[in-house]
Design a protein around this ligand. Structure first.
Ligand code: F6R
Length: 618
């Protein structure tokens, strides 16, 4: 969602702010703006629409300053217009604010300001008014940090806020509560941004602010305090990927590049999972970060997997893996629903929160609801230093590298691999599998990257299918067992980037209602790998074909021959090294199908309409 960047201490601050905004584009936005701190005033340029609109406006009105703010806005309060774009100024034009999040008490705060004219319909603008008022009240001269601290104490809701003021130049003050903010200082320049992608040009040593922290960023360094002004420590870390990883590298779209990065991403996620045990016997599986005794995980009798969207589909596969190997009952739940009912959670319940970004507000809130009931929490995330990673008792990282396209691809397949590792890990700590068995399964899983390479060779065939079906109004995805979450993921991918109607159903549910939707012209995508549910899938394929649907079956080496008799088209995947690893391969043709349909229809695949990469507001 909204992206924030601020830079102080270099003459080309505004150009750098714009470059940073470009890197934050993937978060999703519908307007953008910058503020430059001049000697006597603040200059703001902002535009609805894409960054090109802002760049054009800046070509007409170049801004020069050594301190600047930039923002990409994903509209919540107020339409995506020029006037609602950030930065916002106070009425005297001496304080500017940028904001990601929602200020829940903005109405009361506005009312308290009395008869003041607001220039926008946003919740955010009030923060600039309040900071300007506090600056005016300070006896000992303008001190932006103190003014912001006083205002933050009055705010309710979630925010990453950035302020500059003419009266305290060369200073940016930022504040964080439940929305990500990264700060950094390198070579006499201070930086802040919503995520590391915007800072990676400048430094790889960064710090994530923790909730309640406020930072004063100046060319000579960064001070971090809490709302009372007491110095506090942010979470410092080193980013282990470089600029190349955040570039398109010759691909037309980030999504395509990320689809093709899956062999490496999966290989990296499988890497170094075993460490020598203290008794010198077989190596044992481990988590990347563990902040509680492993024996806590051994005592659990129930697991909740919490996630949203694509991560939820990976979680459904996590349930299969954990129940299969660790023998613990698992519930998988949409994170946004979890804390609004009365889930039975206690210290013997394990919460596994899955999130690519580690910043999805609902997943963070659901995990902390579990923690409040004293349940241990494991985070499965792709982002080192993310809120979820910091707050969990144990972390398993998916080493997918930065995922820029809004539609998740490599994060998903690495999450599935992460779920397999977690299933084995829990089985190991509970003594359900011997270390040697876990090692054997992990060794077999090492074959997945090569199998993904082979699967990617289907690209041309899939593009031809996409050409044929690019205008199909309704596509139904069906699957059973490990095929069901992939059917759901296939439908999500298609609808989110092509805007075509697509749904997924358990194949066994068809006769209970959904088959009524099938008519000539419908497309049914059936997940039908070799395995114990294959025969049932063939029956379902026959049923929809008899009612006029075209059928695209996703099979494996062992199922293709049979499928060819029943489906109109068959895509053949290599046989996976383990049945539960099959979904990693099966996801790929569906990603490519969605990608090709969307590009053939001329849609903006990397930044689909109405969607943001990271959902940081409820
Ligand atoms: C779909 C997609 C989303 C995310 C969801 C959760 O392609 O990317 O459905 O999976 O918003 O995001 P994370 O995993 O960052 O919590």
């Amino acid at each position: 969602m909204c992206g924030i960047i601020a830079i102080t201490g270099r003459d080309d601050a505004i150009a750098q702010v714009l470059a940073g905004l470009k890197r934050l584009e993937y978060r999703g936005y519908d307007s953008a703006g910058v503020a430059a701190v001049g000697a006597h005033d603040l200059e703001v340029v902002k535009r609805a629409g894409k960054l090109e609109e802002l760049t054009r406006a800046l070509d007409d009105t170049p801004l020069a300053a050594s301190t600047g703010l930039g923002h990409t806005r994903w509209a919540t309060h107020g339409a995506p217009t020029d006037r609602n774009a950030h930065p916002h100024l106070d009425p005297s034009g001496r304080v500017a604010v940028i904001h990601n999040g929602i200020l829940e008490n903005y109405g009361a705060l506005k009312a308290e300001l009395g008869d003041v004219r607001f220039a926008s319909d946003t919740d955010s603008e009030v923060a600039a008014h309040l900071v300007a008022r506090e600056l005016g009240r300070l006896q000992d001269g303008p001190d932006l940090l103190t003014a912001v601290r006083r205002v933050v104490a009055q705010l309710e809701g979630a925010f990453a806020l950035g302020f500059v003021a003419v009266d305290d130049p060369d200073t940016v003050v930022v504040a964080k509560r439940e929305a990500p903010l990264i700060v950094a200082h390198a070579d006499g320049v201070g930086y802040c941004a919503s995520d590391v992608a915007a800072l990676i040009d400048h430094t790889r040593d960064v710090a994530a602010l923790l909730d309640g922290q406020i930072a004063r960023i100046r060319p000579d360094g960064i001070d971090v305090v809490d709302v009372d002004g007491t110095p506090v420590e942010p979470h410092r870390f080193h980013v282990d990927w470089d600029l190349d990883a955040a570039e398109k590298q010759g691909y037309d779209h980030f999504m395509l590049k990320e689809i093709h990065e899956q062999p490496q991403a999966v290989a990296d996620t499988l890497l170094d999972r075993l460490t020598a045990s203290s008794d010198g016997e077989t190596p044992r599986l481990h988590l990347d970060e563990l902040r509680i005794d492993e024996r806590e995980f051994a005592r659990i009798d129930k697991v909740f997997i919490l996630a949203c969207g694509t991560s939820l589909h990976a979680g459904m596969l996590g349930k299969l893996a954990i129940e299969h190997w660790a023998g613990i009952p698992v519930d998988v739940e949409v994170a946004s629903e979890f804390r609004y009912r009365d889930p039975i959670v206690d210290p013997h319940t394990l919460v596994i929160a899955i999130s690519q970004s580690g910043e999805t507000i609902d997943t963070i809130a659901a995990a902390s609801h579990g923690r409040d009931q004293r349940a241990p929490v494991i985070a499965l995330t792709n982002v080192v230093g993310s809120t979820l990673a910091r707050e969990a008792d144990g972390v398993l990282y998916t080493h997918a590298g930065p995922e820029i396209a809004v539609a998740s691809t490599k994060a998903f397949t690495t999450q599935i691999v992460g779920c397999l590792i977690l299933g084995l890990y829990l089985a190991q700590v509970r003594g359900r599998v011997y270390a040697s068995e876990a090692e054997d399964i992990l060794t077999r899983l090492q074959q997945i990257p090569a199998a993904i390479e082979q699967t990617l060779l289907l690209d041309q065939e899939i593009r031809e299918l996409a050409e044929r079906y690019r205008d199909t109004d309704y596509t139904m995805f069906i699957g059973r067992h490990a095929g069901l979450p992939i059917a759901m993921e296939g439908a999500l991918k298609l609808k989110e980037i092509s805007y075509l109607h697509a749904e997924a159903f358990p194949a066994g549910e068809m006769k209970h209602g959904p088959i009524a939707l099938i008519e000539p012209g419908s497309l049914v995508v059936a997940l039908a790998p070799a395995g114990h549910v294959f025969g049932k899938m063939v029956s379902n394929i026959q049923e929809v074909r008899a009612r006029g649907a075209s059928v695209l079956a996703i099979g494996t080496d062992g199922s293709t021959a049979d499928l060819k008799e029943h489906a109109h088209h068959v895509l053949t995947l290599p046989e996976p090294p383990h049945e539960l690893a099959g979904p990693v391969l099966a996801a790929i043709p569906l990603q490519l199908f969605a990608y090709h349909v969307a590009t053939l229809r001329g849609e903006d695949v990397d930044q689909p309409r109405n969607l943001a990469k990271t959902v940081t507001v409820e």
